[in-house]
Design a protein around this ligand. Structure first.
Ligand code: SF4
Ligand code: SF4
Length: 349
């Protein structure tokens, strides 16, 4: 599915985005506030850009079979069950760039990589509406859509009819979000979103967020799963092939593989964005939240990890699992921040 919109975002969309930034709702994702003038009007940097072609690729594929063996706990957001969508879609955008050039036009494609508000262009082009869960959605495909955009030198289309907003009085996503990240008017506060903490955030996950994260290992789909418009969504592009090892990764990989071996095993997947250490961090949060002492050996392995972020997170996880004895060695950790976490946890003991 495609939509076509003028390159300059309307003033109300610009103002809304700027207010979102001013409220700090982008959390530590500094790239969202960089190149602001380009984001609001790409022609300020690419003077030839006149319009934006938006491509929406459905990804409502079914889950693959759970593979045998390993410790396969925690949930992974649907979009990550397949190879990295950036890599899968980029060749098609390059084909479109070449096609545009052959027609004497200029064009540049982005799959979530440029400073562009893909969702806003999709809504302005009449492709769907932005729901209370802050996502672009359509009646048939729901929210399971991957967006890519092509900036073009073609003059902007005449004004498009907007897709009617079908959220009505529904607030299921707002009520279902376990961490209160949705404000109810289509605004997402990244500082409270599980997807932000498990994918984008680089450091320790604050203890106050742990419980809300539940068993989400990578991302979160709750505000999509509860949406009535997603109940019947089944469409997906055949180039998206869900893989068991991505939908149900073995948590042991994050503790026992070297970073190099992790990169080899998960090459071409979005797990490379957080990388081994942050996947291990996320796994520790999940294991602590599940509260099953059978997995203490894996948490103890985290306390011996080469990376201080993993060791500090393991200290918190051990404390939550009631194994304070295993936190004691971390008081001598060569990394002051890890020893500090251990001290704070053992303070009263
Ligand atoms: S992805 Fe999860 S945490 Fe983020 S807004 Fe949706 S339900 Fe809330
Ligand atoms: S759950 Fe309800 S309010 Fe939320 S996006 Fe879906 S229809 Fe809109």
């Amino acid at each position: 599915m495609t939509a076509w919109a003028g390159v300059e975002l309307p003033h109300d969309t610009q103002a809304r985005y700027q207010a979102w930034l001013a409220g700090g709702r982008q959390a530590e994702m500094a790239y969202l506030s960089q190149n602001l003038s380009t984001r609001l009007n790409p022609s300020s940097r690419l003077s030839w850009a006149r319009s934006v072609l938006v491509l929406a690729v459905p990804h409502a594929y079914p889950p693959p079979q759970r593979p045998p063996g390993g410790i396969r706990l925690g949930r992974v957001a649907r979009y990550a069950w397949v190879r990295d969508y950036h890599l899968l879609l980029q060749p098609y955008l390059q084909d479109l760039e070449r096609l545009a050039q052959s027609l004497g036009l200029r064009a540049k494609g982005y799959v979530d990589t440029g400073p562009l508000s893909e969702r806003s262009y999709a809504a302005l082009g009449g492709l769907g509406w932005i729901g209370r869960n802050a996502m672009l959605m359509r009646m048939g495909e729901g929210t399971y859509l991957t967006l890519a955009v092509l900036l073009t030198s073609l003059p902007a289309p005449v004004e498009q009819a907007l897709y009617p907003n079908r959220c009505g009085t529904c607030r299921r996503c707002v009520a279902g979000c376990p961490t209160g990240a949705l404000l109810g008017d289509g605004t997402l506060d990244s500082r409270r979103c599980i997807s932000y903490w498990t994918i984008e955030h680089r450091g320790l996950i604050p203890p106050s967020m742990w419980e809300g994260i539940g068993d989400w290992l990578f991302g979160c789909d709750i505000c999509q799963e509860v949406c009535p418009w997603n109940r019947k969504a089944r469409a997906f592009w055949q180039g998206f092939v869900p893989e068991p090892e991505l939908a149900y990764p073995n948590l042991e990989d994050f503790f026992y593989l070297s970073s190099k071996a992790f990169e080899r095993k998960y090459a071409g997947t979005v797990f490379l964005r957080p990388g081994r250490t942050r996947m291990a961090r996320n796994a520790l949060v999940v294991l602590a939240n599940l509260g099953n002492p059978d997995y203490l050996p894996l948490v103890c392995q985290g306390a011996r990890d080469v990376n201080p972020l993993v060791r500090a997170t393991a200290a918190e996880a051990l404390a939550r699992l009631g194994d304070l004895d295993s936190v004691i060695p971390l008081l001598q950790d060569p990394e002051p921040s890890v020893a500090g976490v251990a001290r704070a946890l053992l303070g009263g003991h």
